[in-house]
Design a protein around this ligand. Structure first.
Ligand code: DC
Length: 284
């Protein structure tokens, strides 16, 4: 399949966000705009610490906001973020998919997650490309392969490790920097984009999340009992919420949407109303 070649896309709604980067120092690169990864990392650190742009001034306001959606496994973040991005004509960034792609490459290379020097060396040699919906690792498309049980488990383990987060987080910030983007994940409103203009925390009861995930797996031809799915989601929640680095937390300034009794469309409508309210409030 042909890879995208533009960043940013001329029409932000087409998800044609072609971007390529190497994790090695100095090789971070957006198509059409060379940017040093080391410089990017310094900028990101400043943002994290709450600092402004160079010279202590605030960064110029973005034309389009950054919207983050965090929440536990199975709450419906993927479907909701895809639809919200489509309705707003924004790009979408599935941060979990990026971690899954890294996990796939780690598994394929036979690197042990706890062998830190080997893991760092592996991450240094990695090239990841995304167009907002598809992913390539070192030029090979991995969009479908990352959605397996094994890769999900390995991803959960790898995302607790500093070298992995140190590699992926700055890239996600870079992809979000221009605005007009919906990020979904576990730490997008707390760590990746703490300065996002709109933050949502999408939650749902464990029972409903398990039922939805079970139905999804069954549709995909995966046979698993509802109980096993519930257990797996519970374990994933526990890991995501208790890890030392970038744990899943509700950002203090997030709007909480409980999707337990809502359809996808109702969730998206609520989010769109909140986006519209904010637009009205910030219009001068
Ligand atoms: O959303 P998902 O199931 O594709 O995410 C896979 C794993 O990655 C899951 O264990 C949570 C983790 N993750 C993370 O630690 N930080 C993110 N921003 C996104 C996902």
């Amino acid at each position: 399949m042909k890879r995208p070649a533009r960043w940013p896309p001329s029409d932000p709604g087409d998800l044609g966000a072609g971007v390529a980067f190497g994790a090695r120092e100095g090789t971070f690169r957006c198509v059409g705009e060379a940017t040093s990864y080391a410089v990017e990392r310094r900028r990101s650190r400043r943002n994290l610490l709450g600092g402004g742009s160079e010279g202590g001034q605030s960064p110029p306001p973005r034309r389009h906001p950054v919207i983050t959606i965090d929440g536990p496994a199975g709450a419906g973040k993927s479907t909701v973020s895809r639809e919200l991005a489509r309705r707003l004509g924004y790009r979408r960034l599935d941060t979990g998919a990026m971690y899954r792609a890294v996990a796939l490459s780690v598994a394929a290379a036979g690197v042990a997650p706890d062998d830190e020097p080997a893991l760092r060396a592996h991450l240094d040699g990695l090239t990841l490309e995304t167009d907002g919906s598809r992913l390539w690792i070192n030029g090979r498309e991995v969009t479908g392969e990352i959605r397996t049980q094994e890769i999900g488990e390995l991803t959960s383990r790898l995302t607790t490790l500093k070298p992995v987060r140190d590699t992926v987080t700055p890239i996600q910030r870079r992809l979000a920097a221009a605005g007009g983007v919906v990020l979904e994940g576990r730490d997008t409103g707390t760590v990746v984009c703490p300065d996002a203009e709109m933050k949502f925390y999408l939650d749902a009861s464990l029972d409903i999340r398990a039922r939805r995930r079970h139905a999804e797996l069954t549709r995909g031809g995966v046979s698993m009992t509802l109980d096993a799915v519930r257990k797996e989601i519970e374990t994933r929640d526990e890991q995501d919420m208790t890890r030392a680095i970038a744990p899943l937390r509700r950002p203090a300034d997030a709007i909480v949407v409980d999707a337990t009794d809502l359809t996808v469309n109702e969730v998206v409508e609520r989010m769109l109303e909140a986006v519209e309210r904010r637009r009205c409030c910030t219009r001068s």
